[in-house]
Design a protein. Structure first.
Ligand code: CUA
Length: 159
């Protein structure tokens, strides 16, 4: 019957779509991995080991005019970043965000900037930027990560 044909076609489309998305995630994830030991750090987060920057996430001064921000994403917050714990960085300095996930795939995007990356458990996404203008920038999770995904966000205060 016709319905069966359509049902089959629809299923095929859905499977194809999922395969495409899955393949895309893997491809992007690999490209963003920090190969300087990032994998080890992220795994330590998951297994609860101590001794990595992600155990005490936050802003670290890496050099003159260069700051690193270690962020752990988990359902449904960024630490730091969410709630009354905004990420605070200086204007006009190089800022490198290193973001990992303690549970599922999240997104990490700073509104009105080109900072936008996928955050994958067991990996460290790294993206660098320079904020010219002081101000408060919104931070959002842009990958569906569960029931409260739409509430997952925070802010970056550039001072
Ligand atoms: Cu985290 Cu959506």
């Amino acid at each position: 019957r016709f319905e069966k044909v359509w049902l089959g076609a629809a299923l095929l489309l859905i499977v194809g779509f999922i395969a495409t998305v899955a393949y895309g995630s893997v491809g992007v994830g690999v490209a963003m991995v920090d190969d300087s030991g990032g994998q080890i750090n992220a795994q330590a987060v998951q297994s609860g080991n101590t001794g990595t920057q992600f155990d005490d996430p936050g802003v670290v001064r890496e050099g003159e005019d260069h700051y690193a921000v270690y962020v752990v994403a988990r359902q449904f917050q960024f630490v730091p970043g969410s709630g009354d714990d905004p990420i605070r960085v200086p204007a006009d300095a190089k800022v490198t965000f290193r973001v990992t996930s303690a549970d599922v795939v999240h997104g990490f995007a700073v509104v009105e900037t080109n900072i936008n990356t996928m955050v994958i458990p067991g990996q460290v996404a790294e993206v660098s930027a320079r904020f010219d203008e002081p101000g408060t920038y919104g931070l959002v999770c842009h990958e569906y990560c569960g029931a409260a995904h739409h509430t997952m966000g925070g802010s970056v205060e550039v001072v």
